[in-house]
Design a protein around this ligand. Structure first.
Ligand code: MN
Length: 193
């Protein structure tokens, strides 16, 4: 028997009640500084199948995605959300990755958030706003797959061990025409000099 992903997940549906979650979704949709999702690295172009920004405290260095992302300051709205997540979990985060899945054509493929800077005991909190999308989880050895739904206003906490044992994905679904915004709060460890 391989590990069960539900033993490494903590799900809080209605972390934000629907009206508040809708306000956040609306505000982020309209006012967040969404960048182009085409990047040029070493002369090659990459198109990310979603829009993404990365915000971190001063001094945080992170190699996520081969440095496709510039580090931005926290906006007041992101800081406000961070405070509420930290209070709920009694845990401190120093960075957030913000993703905009504009419709079902946007997706994220199979991966683990296991960058070395997150440490062996990474705890990642993921807030979903907008349209419901499935979240697939696949055991790295047994390849057993399970899914949950990511609901508007829900907070999914990926506990220590989740990234070591499982990959996760939000698959493409061309039938979905609503957007989903996802904030994943992370704690990047201090870098050795
Ligand atoms: Mn992820």
């Amino acid at each position: 028997m391989s590990e069960n992903p539900h033993d490494f997940l903590h799900v809080i549906n209605d972390f934000y009640p629907a009206t508040q979650a809708s306000r956040l979704f609306q505000t982020l949709s309209e006012h967040h500084p969404w960048p182009e999702n085409r990047y040029q690295v070493a002369g090659r172009f990459f198109t990310l199948p979603r829009q993404q920004t990365w915000h971190a405290d001063p001094g945080i260095v992170y190699s996520y995605n081969n440095n496709l992302l510039v580090t931005r300051e926290w906006t007041s709205l992101l800081s406000e959300i961070r405070k509420k997540v930290e209070a709920e979990l009694n845990y401190v985060f120093n960075a957030v990755l913000v993703n905009n899945y504009r419709n079902g054509h946007d997706y994220v493929g199979w991966h683990a958030d296991d960058e070395i800077e997150l440490g062996e005991q990474a705890l990642i909190a993921s807030l979903s706003l907008g349209g419901t999308r499935p979240f697939l989880m696949r055991h790295k050895q047994s390849h057993q797959q399970q899914r949950i739904e990511l609901f508007h206003g829900s907070l999914i906490v990926m506990l220590p061990g989740f990234q070591q044992h499982f990959l996760h994905a939000v698959p493409k679904d061309p039938d979905i025409d609503t957007g989903r915004i996802n904030l994943t709060f992370r704690k990047v460890m201090a870098q050795p000099k």
